[in-house]
Write a protein of this length. Structure first.
Length: 442
């Protein structure tokens, strides 16, 4: 459980809040690069509780700025995306992607003061299919995080996006709550259903594993472990990485290049991005006969986008329709009665309420990772507030490359962290495929 005060600190991300300040030390994925076209429509963008407008100019550069025009605060969402800038339609002031006022046509030339006017604009770079923005105080922002999956060539990576109507940390806790996997997702699957070649059959053989968890340079990590064949242990490793990233264990450690970003739009809406390597194997999604595990076949349908602050990437299955729960399916086919892993997760995360009251909880030993991740984040926010010191990942983006999630089997005589370090050495082979991608906007 958490006290109401700690819950407030953990969940609120608006300007000036301790967690909001921690987030603003990092580059934030604002949207997909593909969402903005040169000279195309400006887009309303809500990030960390700030109402912004995003547009791509004639030269392909992205601008992300406060949506209210510095003149008399009309929304630049209604602006004309013209040659080299966005022009407010109220009195015609025009702004480039850096927020400079480049035209002030309603003022006589002799009284023009455009050089003194600047819209509040944030720095933007593009990499790995995202427009990243830096909303912090530094003149010179830090580097972008070097996360393995983000460094793969574009054509080898798949990115899925959906908005969640709940707090960002609730969404993130769903990623590191591994204990639910054996129930919500595969509660109807028996060990005999899974191929004997799939080591993940141990996950359904024993649904009450033990856990190890520890703080790390990048955030926190855990391993769920249970006995496998005599003399060996089946591990599932996963990580939290500052400020809102997770590496989940749903794959084999060797090729599990993936991550999830839980980007806070405001305190009660989160844009979740799932990135995965196209070549990774996908265990425990199919039965030994090759069919999908009942209820796991993805069902991702979107409502049409609107121009609303929260009008992008909304799923059809949502709170209002109970995620299309089917009670017959729940009794006879799969455990939850909800179709698709993503939809099952969305239902559980959103059904707690927009910001869950964590004073009502009774955490179990299976929630150790959740408990230490809360502590790590709260301490990081407090250290920044009191000492002005940010976590090491802000200034050393290579720290992220030491984290990898996934499942493997190791001798039971080995310490869990030694087993991880050992496995990481051999699992690094995909790194041979990786290359540092240039920043498109540099
Ligand atoms: S309010 Fe934008 S130009 Fe006047
Ligand atoms: Fe899940």
């Amino acid at each position: 459980m958490l006290t109401p005060a700690a819950n407030e600190m953990l969940t609120r991300v608006g300007p000036g809040t301790p967690m909001g300040n921690l987030m603003r030390e990092y580059w934030i994925p604002a949207c997909l690069s593909s969402e903005l076209k040169a000279d195309g429509e400006p887009m309303r963008l809500m990030l960390l509780g700030e109402q912004l407008v995003a547009f791509r100019d004639t030269n392909g550069k992205i601008g992300i700025m406060e949506h209210r025009c510095p003149h008399r605060c009309a929304s630049l969402f209604f602006g004309r995306n013209e040659e080299g800038g966005l022009r407010c339609v109220y009195h015609g002031w025009k702004f480039d992607v850096e927020g400079n006022c480049v035209d002030m046509p309603n003022v006589p030339a002799a009284q023009d003061f455009k050089h003194r006017i600047k819209a509040k604009a944030y720095k933007v770079v593009e990499r790995s299919g995202f427009a990243w923005t830096y909303m912090g105080k530094r003149e010179q922002p830090p580097e972008l995080p070097n996360i393995e999956i983000m460094m793969l060539p574009e054509e080898e990576r798949v990115t899925r996006v959906h908005m969640r109507e709940c707090n960002w940390f609730q969404s993130l806790e769903g990623d590191i709550d591994t204990s639910h996997f054996g129930f919500l997702h595969v509660g109807g699957v028996e060990m005999e259903d899974v191929s004997p070649n799939d080591m993940n059959r141990w996950a359904v053989a024993d649904r009450a594993p033990d856990y190890k968890a520890t703080e790390t340079e990048w955030g926190t990590m855990y391993a769920a472990y249970r006995p496998a064949d005599p003399g060996s242990v089946y591990y599932r490793f996963a990580h939290f990485m500052f400020p809102f990233i997770t590496l989940t264990p749903n794959g084999y450690f060797e090729d599990q290049l993936a991550c999830t970003l839980n980007v806070p739009m405001d305190d009660t809406h989160t844009m979740t991005y799932n990135l995965a390597w196209k070549k990774k194997t996908r265990p425990l999604e199919t039965l030994k006969n090759g069919d999908w595990i009942p209820g796991l076949q993805p069902q991702v349908e979107y409502l049409p986008n609107t121009n609303d602050w929260f009008g992008r990437w909304r799923l059809v299955a949502r709170r209002e329709n109970d995620y299309f729960i089917d009670r017959d399916m729940q009794k006879n086919v799969n455990y939850s009665g909800i179709q698709g892993i993503g939809r099952q997760d969305q239902a559980m995360i959103e059904c707690m309420g927009e910001i869950v009251d964590r004073s009502l909880e009774h955490l179990a030993p299976s929630d150790r990772m959740i408990a230490i991740t809360r502590k790590r984040l709260l301490e990081a926010a407090q250290t920044l507030m009191r000492e002005g010191k940010a976590p090491a990942t802000v200034d050393d983006p290579d720290i992220y490359r030491r984290a990898r999630g996934g499942a493997f089997i190791a001798p039971d005589s080995m310490d869990w962290l030694d087993a991880y370090a050992d496995k990481l050495k051999t699992a690094l082979s995909p790194l041979g495929l990786l290359q540092r991608l240039p920043l498109a906007a540099e």
